[in-house]
Design a protein around this ligand. Structure first.
Ligand SMILES: Cc1cc2nc3c(=O)[nH]c(=O)nc-3n(C[C@H](O)[C@H](O)[C@H](O)COP(=O)(O)OP(=O)(O)OC[C@H]3O[C@@H](n4cnc5c(N)ncnc54)[C@H](O)[C@@H]3O)c2cc1C
Length: 298
């Protein structure tokens, strides 16, 4: 099936259920007895597959097809995008990552999905395709409420775009009850640039602390322009603890979720202090150096 054919079905039959790797959908079928009438599988649609490096008038970016599995992304981008290289081994297990797609993780709209905090820190955008048009939406504007988004019923997530160059200091912290095969209680993605000892850019994506994944805007703006120092980070951690509107559930209390945000930022600084990243993954062969990728100019 081509993308055009799939989008035509979605336009003509808005009640059809979309599945990709089915690792989330399958749980609903097994446990919640979901029995959708018509199902359309998008995981083998050629136009939704592949990873490319693209250049357009809007700049350079890495484009990941929505039906790319997490194992494929781990292999293709684990080195070139170190934040994804840090995230993906912590996502479920190899078994799940072999089927689960990036489009499916975003398609669930879950506030505790693992890719959104990392992709928010990377300032990713989503390509949303319908039978009649295509639009690009920043991920920071995509989620509108609990499992709600700006995506219309006749649209598919076609691709994820990660702009280049990447910030050199990155990390993904997943706080969960079990080390593997568990859903996050809280997840934090960091992408920070330090120039001459000062934070010139800070992007922090959060999961598990609100009804949607979100950017830690107040913490980001406090960090930017401040020295990259323990004092700055201690003050920023205080702000980060107050971001979001965490709730208590069987995974963690609201108080724990807030507290762990501050600890996460302090840990990030402890891991990265003393470097601006240029000798590490920010140097040649590091982030933004996605040389092995097929390049497409349009
Ligand atoms: C044992 C286990 C462990 C797990 N661990 C984790 C974890 O650590 N972290 C985590 O985040 N999740 C985890 N999950 C949840 C799940 O694996 C992920 O959300 C996965 O990325 C879903 O991808 P999929 O391709 O299987 O999606 P599917 O199950 O096929 O679909 C999920 C949803 O996305 C929609 N969708 C799929 N593709 C598209 C598209 N291109 N455009 C629009 N909508 C689309 C579907 O309609 C559906 O609503 C786990 C699940 C299991 C069973």
């Amino acid at each position: 099936m081509s993308l055009g054919e799939a989008l035509t079905i979605l336009r003509d039959e808005p009640d059809v259920t979309v599945v990709a790797g089915s690792t989330d959908h399958g749980v609903l079928v097994n446990i919640r007895a979901l029995r959708p009438g018509n199902v359309i599988a998008v995981d083998r649609i050629p136009e939704l597959r592949g990873v490319t490096r693209r250049s357009t008038a809007d700049g350079e970016f890495i484009e990941i097809g929505a039906a790319q599995t997490l194992t494929e992304i781990e292999r293709e981008l684990g080195q070139a995008v170190p934040l994804l290289g840090a995230l993906l081994p912590q996502f479920a297990s190899r078994l799940i990552r072999n089927s689960a797609t990036i489009g499916g993780n975003l398609g669930t709209g879950s506030p505790i999905g693992d890719t959104p905090p990392a992709l928010l820190a990377l300032e990713a955008s989503l390509v949303l395709a319908s039978a009649d048009s295509e639009r690009v939406v920043p991920l920071s504007e995509y989620f509108t409420g609990y499992r709600q988004s700006v995506r219309r019923a006749d649209e598919l997530i076609a691709a994820v775009r990660i702009p280049l160059p990447l910030s050199p200091l990155t990390a993904f912290h997943k706080i969960a009850k079990r080390r593997f095969d568990d859903i996050s209680s809280v997840a934090v993605g960091y992408a920070v640039t330090v120039t001459d000892g000062t934070v010139s850019k800070a992007r922090i994506g959060l999961g598990g602390v609100a009804a949607t994944p979100l950017r830690a805007y107040a913490t980001e703006s406090f960090l930017e322009g401040s020295p990259w120092s323990a004092d700055t980070v201690a003050a920023a951690a205080e702000i980060l603890r107050s971001e979001g509107t965490p709730m208590s559930d069987h995974r963690a209390s609201a108080a724990y979720r807030s507290a762990v945000l501050g600890t996460s930022l302090e840990r990030f600084y402890a891991e990265k202090s003393g470097t601006d990243g240029t000798d590490g993954p920010g140097g040649p062969g590091g982030p933004g150096d996605a040389d092995g990728l097929q390049e497409v100019r349009s």
